[in-house]
Design a protein around this ligand. Structure first.
Ligand code: CA
Length: 233
């Protein structure tokens, strides 16, 4: 059975073009022309990936995304934004979109983003438990616990923690975090990474009195397993 893609886009010309191209690539495409129908279909459990236009009549793309994420944390969602709508990209990614493509886009670009998102999903569905000190992350169930107590993380915080744990003991640069956790040519700059590191520290290091995420000044961040490194930088 082929990969099923839901396309939520009110502009029929674009929707038909994308449908044609994706079908040609072997994807099964279903179209929704408004947000309400889009949410309904996205949560039906029949789709592997959602392509979501932000400018929609009725409930807009951002609200559609919020409603999808409320029910389904792992559905890959790629948003379509206008070229100059930088705030749409930022808030879309913050709200849990996996990636975005700027209109007008080359179909190859969209296809590449789709392949990446589906690959990430396949990886996420494999059993993978990562841990350091008292922190345990279950990649498949997307849960994090500290000494058995669940910690609520946003999608971005979770992905960031995942990547740091995956590279436990290795200093990860801000640039490489941006590349691997944010992926797109995200233009928020490397201080975005620092902001999310701060969120993670509040929820884990500070909340549980552990020293998990270490700053390596001028380079990046590292998660260490040993608790005795508490007084090291
Ligand atoms: Ca539109």
């Amino acid at each position: 059975m082929g990969t099923k893609i839901l396309l939520i886009e009110d502009e029929e010309k674009i929707a038909r073009f994308v449908e044609l191209e994706l079908t040609y690539e072997g994807y099964a495409v279903t179209k929704a022309y408004d947000g309400r129908r889009g949410v309904e279909l996205a949560l039906s459990g029949h789709f592997d990936l959602v392509i979501l236009d932000i400018m929609l009549p009725g409930i807009n793309g951002m609200e559609v995304l919020r409603r999808i994420r409320r029910e389904d944390a792992s559905m890959p969602v790629i948003i379509l934004t206008a070229r100059d709508a930088v705030s749409d990209k930022v808030s879309g990614l913050d709200m849990g979109a996996d990636d975005y493509v700027t209109k007008p886009f080359a179909i190859e670009e969209l296809l590449a983003r789709i392949r990446t998102a589906l690959r990430k999903k396949a990886v996420a569905e494999k059993e993978e438990i990562l841990s350091a000190q008292t922190v345990t992350l279950d990649a498949k169930r997307r849960t994090v616990t500290v000494s058995g107590t669940p910690v609520e993380l946003t999608k971005r915080e979770f992905d960031l923690l995942y990547w740091l744990l995956k590279n436990k003991g290795i200093v990860v640069t801000r640039e490489s975090l941006l590349e691997n956790v944010w992926e797109s040519d995200f233009d928020g700059g490397t201080n975005t990474v620092d902001v999310y590191i701060r969120f993670l520290r509040q929820k884990i290091d500070e909340a549980f009195g552990v020293k998990l995420i270490h700053t390596v000044r001028g380079v990046g961040y590292v998660i260490k397993d040993e608790k005795h490194s508490l007084h090291n930088p």
